[in-house]
Ligand binder design. Sequence first.
Ligand code: FE
Ligand code: FE
Length: 174
Amino acid sequence: MKLNTLKTLYINELRDLYNAENQLVKALPKMAKAASSQGLKQAFEKHLEQTESHVERLEQVFQELDEKPKGKTCHAMKGLIEEGSEILHKDGDESVIDAGIIVAAQKVEHYEIASYGSVRTFAQLLGKDRSADLLQTTLEEESETNELLNKLAEDIVNPEALVESELVGASSER
Ligand code: FE
Ligand code: FE
């Protein structure tokens, strides 16, 4: 697709997001399963439901453009999920692993926040008001999730466990 107009860039970004959200629908249950903290598990379960509605909202946004909902591989999300899954499969202290899962999840939310902020603005510029509202709603849910993860990180992470495992796991990976 040639990027001659803002509309083509908008569609391009929507396809990236559509694929990214669908990747997350598959990844979030694995993150919920791997998390030890009940609060963190619940946060992922809730965000999975929200993510399913993010997919549906994007479908409505495509509809306002008379475009079929179509994804285009989001390599960034693929990479973020791949890195995150390395942490899911590690052995170690539960709270340290939970902290690692939170870092991975926050990277995902920040990616989504950047993308939704842009497409929301593009929708406004293109006069797609209904879509702008839908994208803004999703943007707010991504931000709230990020905030919740911040809070969970404070609650979950037991500083003693972190310091101790630092001493034990002195072998470094470079
Ligand atoms: Fe999302
Ligand atoms: Fe999200």
